[in-house]
Design a binder for this molecule. Structure first.
Ligand SMILES: Cc1cc2nc3c(=O)[nH]c(=O)nc-3n(C[C@H](O)[C@H](O)[C@H](O)COP(=O)(O)OP(=O)(O)OC[C@H]3O[C@@H](n4cnc5c(N)ncnc54)[C@H](O)[C@@H]3O)c2cc1C
Length: 388
């Protein structure tokens, strides 16, 4: 006698309709797939809560949402300004509200993919080959496959740091217009001295508006009020007259490697930041999430199970060494970043930072780093990998 078939609400449920969840759902919605997909998102509406930037190393479905694609960028310290450029890999900016609106539009046009807002997932359990999800408000859902993109509250595995930041859009400042100009400043280290790695990240948004973020790499998570105060003092000292503050954004990004156990695929997959899409050494995630969404959509269209984000062991090792060197601070973080940007050919560095290096890109990157500190950190990483 065959087992009775169980009615499931969906083939695939995606927990969390943020960057990763919507990227996958909208690809499935735009494809010929007939899979029944439900995205469960905790928020009751979307707003412009962040600005995604990064180098576009490959085309992706959200290109039309980009409001800027700069061919050059700078980093600066008290001694010099290092300007780099690439016509092949622009540094693009995608405001979150455009991304959310585009995703909702594509999903809204598809009868088999649905987005449920204000759906706060309380518990998830597996029973006889299916997943059952209970919402806080009492609703329930079931599916054959699960992709979980809910952020985790995690204790980081050393070596690791938190990338804490607070940013404001500053309007109307002529002084900032002169200082920042028309291309992004990825790191401005000209800040009152501390031993921490900290810098201003500044983006020209057009019409006399600049997003200015104070960023600090720290062993502690958060520090929001302290960073906010430092940012506001910096704006006060550097923005001149007649400016006013607009939108605010903040975050604490885990700069840490995700263990392979967490990543393990199967019928349930962790994705987005939770699944290791965020580059440990930089905090960039948007473009690697796009690559994962392509791969995962491809697997599902082929009738296979969802796949976790792809990891590159060599890059993971280099990130571990990098984080160890940053944590130990034998060389200053400022010196490491300035040397990296100054001495590595921009396209090679972009591919490396974006998680897509060619074999020939590793050597120039390694060559530009303070080799004594990095050799020591590498030896420690090797020892820890082989240790008890
Ligand atoms: C302010 C900010 C700026 C950033 N800027 C950049 C950048 O410029 N470039 C870059 O590459 N990366 C950037 N990042 C990092 C990264 O790209 C983002 O954090 C990105 O949103 C990660 O995608 P995700 O899908 O993993 O998480 P999210 O986009 O945060 O999505 C997770 C979703 O899960 C939902 N959720 C959580 N709990 C539940 C629950 N119990 N039930 C249902 N839903 C739930 C959340 O509401 C959220 O929508 C930034 C991050 C922040 C915070």
């Amino acid at each position: 006698m065959s087992a009775p078939s169980i009615h499931l609400d969906a083939d695939l449920i995606i927990l969390g309709g943020g960057c990763a969840g919507l990227s996958l759902a909208s690809r499935l919605a735009a494809s010929p797939s007939t899979l029944r997909v439900v995205v469960l998102e905790g928020r009751d509406h979307y707003k412009e809560d962040r600005t995604w930037c990064g180098w576009r190393t490959a085309s992706h479905p959200y290109q039309e949402c980009a409001v800027a694609a700069w061919p050059k960028w700078r980093i600066t310290n008290t001694q010099e300004t290092i300007e780099r450029s690439s016509n092949r890999y622009p540094y693009e900016m995608i405001p979150a509200d455009r991304f959310y609106a585009e995703s909702c539009r594509v999903i809204g046009n598809c009868a088999t993919v649905s987005l449920v807002m204000a759906a706060n997932v309380a518990t998830v359990f597996e029973r006889v080959g299916s997943f059952h999800i209970d919402l806080l408000d009492g609703g329930t859902f079931s599916s054959k496959w699960l992709v979980d993109t809910r952020p985790r509250v995690i204790a980081l595995r050393p070596p690791s740091l938190w990338q804490n930041f607070v940013g404001y859009v500053v309007h109307g400042s002529q002084t900032l217009a002169e200082r920042i100009g028309d291309s992004p400043v990825l790191m401005d280290f000209q800040l009152p001295g501390t031993s921490a790695v900290q810098f201003i990240y500044a983006l020209p948004l057009g019409a006399d508006a600049y997003l200015c973020e104070w960023t600090r790499f720290s062993k502690e998570r958060g520090e929001e009020s302290k960073i906010e105060q430092q940012l506001l003092e910096w704006v006060g000292e550097n923005a001149g007259q007649n400016w006013f503050l607009g939108r605010r954004e903040s975050g604490s990004l885990p700069m840490s490697l995700v263990t392979r156990k967490v990543q393990a695929g199967g019928r349930i997959v962790l994705a987005g930041t939770a699944g290791g899409s965020m580059r440990a050494s930089t905090g960039y995630a948007f473009h690697s999430i796009q690559r994962w969404a392509d791969a995962c959509c491809g697997a599902l269209l082929a009738g296979e199970a969802p796949v976790p984000p792809l990891r590159n062991r060599a890059l993971d090792f280099m990130d571990e060494v990098f984080l160890r060197a940053l944590q130990q601070q034998n060389s200053s973080g400022e010196a490491i970043f300035c040397s990296l940007f100054k001495h590595t050919e921009p396209d090679a560095l972009v591919r490396f930072l974006s998680g897509q290096p060619r074999l020939a890109d590793y050597w120039p990157v390694m060559h530009s780093l303070p080799w004594i500190d990095f050799s020591l950190a590498a030896l420690q990483s090797l020892y820890c990998a082989g240790g008890p």
